[in-house]
Design a protein around this ligand. Structure first.
Ligand SMILES: [Zn+2]
Length: 198
């Protein structure tokens, strides 16, 4: 691990890079560096469970609408298709991007980088992919979409009986799991591992 400046008193120190340790400034006692533990295994496990939740979200019913003996079920993909059919192209593309493509790319990208690192190797193009994942993270706004759905549900509930499907639950959990994968990730450690040439 390289030299790090204390944020409080600017003293230069070389913190320990052992997993799970917290390095304190020897002069003022402020936290200089905190090395996360299992920072490859944890995001890996979260990304894997994310993909499973994603498969559930795509294949299970999203909403069921009951109105006077008439039941209509939608999945996430048919929902996007419906938006498209009603000429809401921009909204359809936005939902497809933020709810399906970006989270999927983020999770598969993480697995693509972390699985080889776990086996002490690095996959070609990892540096570019990792940079993209960190950049795109601010664009994965599934939680905003979920709140939008909740608002729409409350409004629709006056007209018909709305039954949220398994996919809504799976998407909610997926948001939590993706956030956890990104939070347990330790970018400086990943950069160092990716830089190490065999
Ligand atoms: Zn200090």
């Amino acid at each position: 691990m390289g030299v790090v400046a204390c944020h409080t008193c600017d003293l230069l120190t070389r913190p320990s890079d052992a997993a799970g340790t917290t390095s304190l400034c020897p002069r003022c006692g402020a936290v200089v560096h905190r090395q996360k533990s299992n920072s490859i295994d944890r995001p890996l496990a979260f990304a894997l469970s994310g993909l499973i939740l994603f498969a559930i979200a795509l294949t299970h019913p999203f909403l069921a609408m009951k109105s006077g003996g008439f039941v209509q079920e939608t999945t996430l993909l048919t929902g996007i298709f419906e938006l498209w059919k009603q000429h809401l192209y921009g909204l359809g593309a936005l939902v497809l991007l933020t709810c399906a493509l970006i989270p999927l790319a983020q999770l598969t990208g993480l697995l693509y980088i972390l699985v080889p690192l776990r086996l002490n190797a690095s996959a070609p193009g990892s540096v570019t992919i990792f940079r993209t994942i960190l950049h795109v993270n601010s664009w994965a706004m599934m939680e905003v979409f979920l709140i939008g759905i909740l608002v729409a549900l409350v409004k629709l509930a006056k007209m018909a009986t709305i039954v949220p499907g398994t996919a809504v639950m799976a998407l909610g959990l997926l948001t939590v799991v993706t956030t956890a994968a990104m939070a347990t990730l330790d970018p400086p450690l990943i950069w160092r591992r990716l830089d190490r040439r065999p």
